[in-house]
Structures are given as C-alpha cells and as structure tokens.
Design a protein around this ligand. Sequence first.
Ligand code: SF4
Length: 412
Amino acid sequence: MQKFIYYGAGTYAQVRFDDFRRQYELFCFCDRNATDGQTLFDLPVYPPSILFKQYPETPIVLTVHPIYNKATVQDYLTQELGVPAERIANYEPHIQCTSCEFLDNFIILNDNGWSFCCNLFGNNKSPYIDFIPGASVRNVVQQLKDFRNAVLEAISKNEQCACTGCCELKTRYRKELPAPAFALVFNFTNICNLKCIYCTVHKESVSMDMIDIQKRLDIITELLYQKLIDNNTEIRFGSGEITIHPQRQEILRAVKDFPCGISSNCIVYDESLAELIALGRSYVICSVDAGTRETYEKIRGADYFDKLRDSLRKYVKKGTIILKYIFLTNLNDNDNDVNSFIQLCEDIKPAQVLISRDWNDISPLNDNLLKMMARMLVNIKNAEPLKGALTNDETIRLANYIEKLQMQGDYE
Ligand code: SF4
C-alpha cells in the first residue's frame, strides 16, 4: 500500500490523526516548524527539505486545517518550494475573493430551511431560506445551491444582500466552487440542561419536537449526490444538548460514517455519544469556562462541575475530547480558576484546548484577561486561541505576555 508524508504536525493533525490514518497510510510527518529530533505518535517530524532530498517520490497529504491553513500551505509548497500539485493527494485549488468563512465552508440544515451562519453575525439578517413547501429533496438541495450562488454573486458585485455590512466579509482564500463543504451543521434542538450566561438558546421558546430523521438523511444523501458535501465533510451539532435529546441514539447512528464535531456540555455521560467518538472519526467539544465549582455554577447556571469532571474522564477514554474556555471579564479571569483549569487539563488530557473571548462583548480585552490567557497557553499542551477570537492588537499583547512568562521560565 502506498505511504504518505503527512505535511503538518500541528494540533489539527493530532486531533484528526485517526481519521487521516484511516484514509492515507502514514510514512512520516513533515512540518515547516519541525525541531531537531521532534516526533509525533512515535514517528519523526522532518523539515520540508526531506521532500526533495530523502523522499522526493513519496506523495504528500496535507494535515493542516482546511479553512485556516490549507491555501497558504499549498502556496508555500507549490510556489515557494516547487512541489508539483499532483504530488499532494488532497490538493484543492483556491481563489482569492471577498467572502466569509461561513458562506464558503458551512451549510446549516435547519428543520425547514437553509442558512450558513449564526444570525448574530448579520445582525439578524443573515442569509436564510425556507424550503419550498412540498418540494422534492432534489429541489430542496437545488434551492440551497441557487440561494448560495445568488448571495455569492451579490457579494462579488457589491450588491445589497443579507450579508451586506457583515463584519465577516473579507478578502480571503476559498476553495473553487463547486466543492464539498467543510461542515454540515445539523440543527435539531434548542433544549439544554444548563443556562449559560453567554448563551441565548435557553432564552428561546423550548422545543422538544421530534425531528424527521429520515427526511434529514434523504437530504444528506442528496447533498452527497450533488457533491455539496463528501464523506470528509464534518457533521456539526451546535446549539442544544445532544445527550438529553430523546432521539440521540438514532441521530448519532445516522451520521456515524461522517466525521462529527459535537458540542456537548458533557454533564451526562451518554453511551451513544461515547460509541460515536470511539469510532475514531469524531470529537466532542466541551466548553468548561471555569476551574472551580463556584465559578462553574455562576456561569453555567447549575452546580455540575464535579459531575462534568467525572464524565470527561470517561469520555476521554473513548475518543477525542476538545475543551474550551470562554474568558468572561471579572468572572473566570482570576488565578484560582485559571490554575484549577490548568490542573483539570492535566487530569483529563484533552486533545486540544481552545481559548476564546465572549462574543457578546467585543470591547478590547483587558491586560489581566490577556495575562491569564497567556498563562493557559504556556501551561496547557495543545492550547490555542480560537481562530478569529482576538484582534491584531490583542494578539500582539498576548504574544508579549507569553514571551515574558517563557523568559521567566516560571510559568505560574
Ligand atoms: S457574511 Fe456574515 S451574514 Fe453573510 S454568511 Fe457570512 S457571517 Fe453570515
């Protein structure tokens, strides 16, 4: 069987390692930032020079994030280093244009319509279209294509549309369309067992309506057929809590062949969710946002911190767990919570820790909060700020604090 050099030894490669390995037999890793003697999963991580000297014939697979890094890594390899595009197994042509990462990469399948992003981005006027009543599945998917094309065209011509004025519209790289989406978001419920202070889901009228799983599956089959998604498209479960939904077993089994990214508060240890991540293609992302019981209760509305820790210990034995910490000014940006969260991560050993801001407050982050973020970043393995969570100025200030901590050598 042919073996591949995995280009990219960062967090994405580590989190999705099982999934890559299932598709491409691994030969070794290669990374622009490789250090002397570095290994990953007991295999060497080499610098790019090996692509020409030792192994000039070995094919490459890019194990970097498809949305944030792939286009630039492709350009680096093909244009700067002269690697032929045909040598890269998962090469995808990109173009530069004005667009947004959600419109380019996400499809949101709601009960009765399509959208692309959280409507907060577009000040409640983001693109949304209802399914035509009585339309066939084929027409419903065609409707999505036509709608997205119309929005993209309006953006390219600078015409008024639902995205006009949105802060997410930027000049960026995107895959040449048509191309399979990075993620299909499967919206199915807004029921939840917590009342997080930054979340709006529990303020909406609660719906426990059963969903038509077969209808969703038919739509997914048609999306595959029309190549709007493929078997590598991530199925994401967003708002609402999957572990308490009455149809969770059926829903999770229905999507088990896709890589799934499932947001869960992980208070309930659910066997069907554990089974899904045990298959090796999927992960659970859990926002903890506290290091202590008291703060957890204040932020998340219930005293479940100990229960959460017990569940996380069980989930992590089954598969990939990503933890998240949303910093909230004067609530969880203190020594006690930050140090205790660092200890929690040492105990759970998540595959990745994402550090974010509270999107409800986009005023500049204060110095104390950035210092606390820096402490987490130098003390927790595989911790990184959520993409786009920081402004350029905040990124520079954060980097300064990180450097100071590293120079002190005393990470506390
Ligand atoms: S530009 Fe804004 S409103 Fe339009 S899809 Fe992107 S995030 Fe949503």
